[in-house]
Design a binder for this molecule. Structure first.
Ligand code: ADP
Ligand code: 3PG
Ligand code: MG
Length: 402
């Protein structure tokens, strides 16, 4: 991906339109519960401030479906950003309109080194349609374009893609570069063994990732609900466990392909099962084999103890580890033990490059307080999956070639 970098731009006194992904989780009191995405955009913002740019931030927030809905206003995010930039004493203004005369006026009032956050671009239905006139209206506010919104790079929207054609230079921000480095470049020539941990709810969500990574990885550790589709395909009783009944052939094909290519493709040896998905429910550790499946009325909710041990050994020997998808229903602490054990095993391997991609896996690692022990944690959900699948991301393709 030989795209222009922020480093290549001369930004002094220029109006720089910076697309960021400030789509952060909030609670019912409208408080930001995890500001990682904002914090991760700070290196780019600080670079622009210190190099004397006028920093115009564009972002989306939630899915307001093309109408103004103040529940999805970015105003609280502007206030939070101001706090994060307190050391820089940066002026952080907010424009309640992202295009038109109010936005133009706000931009005209900016001095070098100041920051202006524009209101949610998704208040206009043209944003998600990648409407050319809307993209042009946004572009008219600036001189240069920088995209740091990795989490939204899989969307071909006006502020992530269409806008680039209307400005002389469109470059990658530092976060975008970092994401591409860990989820793409580092995996092209990984330190071996290259191990992939795949979990989560559905095989069908991850099929693209499995196929793309089977060309590169040495070992797969399977967990999560996904495992039960494989077990069912192998004729092992899964009882109430979540299975994708229409994906059994696909599961058999994946297993056959792995065997053909000499890939170590490990399924759990055992699982934690329960009769009720709730805290403090009774659980038992059940071995999984042709002879011993899950008893009727029970459901597999986590990898079992023998599996944790086996997987931890594989993790300890790996050179590169990519993890996508929790291996159990980690949202309920009684079913989080397997996911936690794997996170701890990753943290303990100080020689491996450890990369966590995907929304819920990242949430789990953060919940265990182990985020700082990983080499890289992606800020993208869907975008990281698409990049791992080898798909082209519109938010990157639209940028200027180096
Ligand atoms: P990611 O966001 O990391 O890509 P997914 O969205 O694919 O992960 O899957 C996450 C979800 O999978 C979690 O909500 C978790 O509760 C669920 N899950 C994991 N294991 C199981 C299981 N055994 N049964 C049902 N759901 C599971
Ligand atoms: C995300 O939260 O994954 C990104 O910000 C993209 O949001 P979207 O799925 O609403 O397009
Ligand atoms: Mg998810």
């Amino acid at each position: 991906m030989s795209k222009l970098s922020l480093r290549d731009l001369n930004v002094a006194n220029k109006r720089v339109l910076l697309r960021v992904d400030f789509n952060v989780p909030i609670n019912d009191k409208n408080e930001i519960v995890d500001d990682t995405r904002i914090v991760e955009a700070l290196p780019t913002i600080r670079h622009l401030i210190s190099h004397g740019a006028k920093v115009i931030l564009m972002a989306h927030f939630g899915r307001p479906k093309g109408t103004v809905n103040l529940k999805y206003s970015l105003a609280p995010v502007a206030a939070h950003l101001k706090k994060l930039l307190a050391k820089e004493q940066a002026t952080v203004a907010f424009s309640a309109e992202c295009i038109g005369s109010a936005a133009e006026k706000a931009v005209a009032a900016m001095k070098a080194g100041e920051v202006l956050l524009l209101e949610n671009v998704r208040f206009h239905s043209e944003e998600e349609k990648n409407d050319a006139a809307f993209a042009k209206a946004l572009a008219s506010l600036g001189d240069l374009y920088v995209n740091d919104a990795f989490g939204a790079a899989h969307r071909a929207h006006a502020s992530t893609a269409g806008i680039a054609a209307h400005l002389s230079q469109a470059a990658m921000g530092f976060l975008m570069e970092k994401e591409v480095r860990y989820l793409y470049e580092e995996l092209a020539n990984p330190k071996r063994p290259f191990l992939v941990i795949l979990g989560g709810s559905k095989v069908s969500d991850k099929i693209g990732v499995i196929e793309a990574l089977m060309k590169k990885a040495d070992t797969f550790l399977i967990g999560g609900a996904m495992a039960y589709t494989f077990f069912k395909a192998l004729g092992i009783e899964t009882a109430l466990s979540r299975v994708e009944a229409d994906k059994l052939d696909l599961a058999r094909e994946i297993l056959a392909k792995a065997r053909e290519r000499g890939i170590k493709f490990l399924l759990p040896l055992d699982c934690i099962a329960t009769q009720e998905i709730k805290a403090e429910a009774t659980t038992k550790n059940i071995p999984l084999s042709k002879e011993s499946g899950i008893p009727s009325g029970w459901e597999g909710v986590d990898i079992g103890l023998a599996t944790r041990e086996l997987y931890a050994k594989e993790i300890a020997q790996a050179g590169t580890i990519l993890w996508n998808g929790p291996v159990g229903i980690f949202e309920i602490s009684d079913f989080a033990g397997g996911t936690r054990a794997l996170a701890e095993a990753l943290a303990a391997n100080r020689n491996a490059l450890t990369i966590i991609g995907g929304g819920d896996s990242v949430t789990a690692v953060k919940q265990f307080g182990l985020a700082s022990k990983m080499s890289f944690i992606s800020t993208g959900g869907g975008a990281s999956l698409e990049l791992l699948e080898g798909k082209e991301l519109p938010g990157i393709s639209a940028l200027t070639e180096k």
